[in-house]
Structures are given as C-alpha cells and as structure tokens.
Design a protein around this ligand. Structure first.
Ligand code: PMP
Length: 293
C-alpha cells in the first residue's frame, strides 16, 4: 500500500491528524532545497528504544542546517510515544521529520515556518530475515561520503540521502542487498542506512564516525561488545584491509545487527561475534532490559 494511502494517525505540528490528511504544499522549501532532517527509531513492546537520544539528534540535525525545531526533547518524546500508542501497534518504525515550509521560495529561508511530523509503521526488518542470518551481500558504492567541510555530515539531513539512494539502487540492480560507501579519502565509511563493523582476532574494528552518521545503534553495539569483554577499535580502515577480517556486520535502527557475507570480491563468515551481537541487541532493545538498566 503506498505510504499516502494508509490508515492511522500522524502527529503533524502538534496535533494528531488522520493519516491521509497529513499533507504539505508543493512549494515547500524542504522539497526544493532539501531543508529537511529526519529520524529513524523503533518501538519495541510499545517503548521507543533510546527515544531521548533520537530527539536530541533530531534537534541537533536541524540546528546544523540553521533551523530550530520548535519542540523540546521532552515534547518530542511525548509526541512520539503518543503516536505509537494511538496507532495501536507496539512494534513499529518511528519517523519524525522536520522541514522548512512555503513562506519563502528561494535559497534564503530565514522566515519559513518549521514543520514537524511523526509517523509510525510496521517494518519488521530492513533485510530479508533468512538472508540476514546467512549474511547479506554488499556492493562497493561509486559515490563517496563527502568531506565534512563540504557537507553537514553530522546532521541526519534528507539532502545527504541522495547519495545513499543512488548507491542503493546501483547495488540492488546488480543483485546486492546494499552498498558499502567509502569516504572522501577512500577509507571505509558506512552503508546507505547503517554503520559497519569488522572483526579480527577477537576484536572489533569500526571506522571513526567523523564524516558520516555516528549511529545510535553503533554506539549501543560498541557498549554491548565491551560488556562482553571484547576490544573495540575505532580507526581508519582502508579497503585493502578487507581480506584480513574474519567477520563483518552492519548495524542501524532499521537494519538492527545484520551479518555480512560479501563485500564486492571479499567474503566473510558470520561467526560467534556477529551472532552474539544480533542476540544481545535484540535483548537490549526490549523494554524490560531498559527498565532494569
Ligand atoms: N548511517 C546512515 C546513513 C543511516 O541512515 C543510519 C540510520 N539512521 C545509520 C548510519 C545508523 O544510525 P542509527 O543507528 O542511529 O539508526
């Protein structure tokens, strides 16, 4: 069912509105000039995992694009919880989005109103579940993550996702599940909607998140690995190192923890570390685990 034709409720500028009525005008600054930021979150058992962290990042993403979301972290957390409850499904993906409106239609948009909407929908897993445990296959993208002096890399800005969509389409056309992107200096960066980890000799290695999104799942996985007593090394990783790693997995709100079996010509075998972290993450996101922590 197309996303504009579903039933349910969407939080729109402070009010719950029927799903099909949550519309905006075609002359919206966010559409023409990509003055838009968003979040991707998941509710498990009716509770949004790390809701506050996502609300904080949402506000920070907008500030980096020089606009202010007109709701506090507490108001956003309450609004998200309300939408989850109102839609009646305890296990959903949560999508807050903010954009500049129609008051000004040129590059400058200082007086455009900032709009905020929050929708939720069921999204069991970003990747096919059978494929997921065998490990997914990744292509190496042609486009790279831009220099942080060229693009607002720390913002979850809609405009940065054009690179991801192009790369994901190219990968899927070739039969891959996703693409791994290098950064502007040719180092391993991330996937089109997830961060990446490798293992070697019982330690985890992951690129430094200085020109791509430092995922909330990435930080959670680092914590889970350290709680297992495994060393986590954040460092520069060049693609010629790929054949030296044993395991590889990607992680993100949508992807959760997903093992990888191939990146272009290189193969990996999902093993103990990947499987353990798939399970540890699945346990960690449950509200009971959160309440006990
Ligand atoms: N990188 C990109 C490009 C993403 O879209 C995402 C998903 N938001 C991530 C990394 C992982 O971020 P998180 O763990 O906060 O969902």
């Amino acid at each position: 069912l197309p996303f504009d034709q579903r039933d349910g409720w969407i939080w729109f500028n402070g009010q719950l509105v029927p799903w099909k009525e949550a519309k905006l005008h075609v002359l919206s600054h966010g559409l023409h000039y990509a003055s838009s930021v968003f979040e991707g979150e998941r509710a498990y058992g009716g509770v949004i995992f790390k809701s506050r962290e996502h609300s904080e990042r949402f506000r920070r993403s907008a500030q980096i694009l020089d606009f202010e979301i007109p709701y506090s972290v507490e108001e956003l957390d309450a609004a998200k919880a309300l939408v989850v409850e109102k839609n009646g499904n305890p296990d959903v993906y949560v999508r807050p989005v903010a954009w500049r409106g129609s008051e000004m239609m040129a590059v400058a948009a200082q007086h455009a109103k900032v709009h905020v909407a929050i929708a939720v929908w069921p999204w069991p897993s970003m990747f096919d579940i059978n494929e997921k445990m065998k490990g997914i296959r990744l292509d190496i993208a042609e486009y790279r993550r831009p220099d942080p002096q060229t693009a607002p890399a720390a913002s979850k800005a809609a405009g940065l996702y054009m690179i991801c969509t192009i790369s994901k389409h190219a990968a899927e056309r070739k039969g891959y599940a996703d693409a791994m992107m290098l950064d502007w200096q040719g180092r391993v960066a991330e996937c089109t909607g997830a961060n990446i980890f490798f293992t070697r000799d019982g330690a985890l290695h992951t690129p430094i998140a200085d020109c791509f999104l430092d995922g909330i799942t990435r930080r959670t996985v680092i914590d889970l690995a350290q709680r297992r007593g495994w060393e986590v090394v954040e460092r520069r990783i060049m693609p010629d190192e790929l054949p030296t790693f044993n395991e590889c997995f990607i992680c993100g709100t949508g992807a959760e923890v997903t093992p990888v079996s191939e990146i272009g010509p290189y193969t990996f075998r999902p093993g103990n570390i990947s499987r353990t972290l798939v399970e540890d993450y699945a346990a960690e996101v449950q509200p009971r685990a959160r309440a006990a922590a």
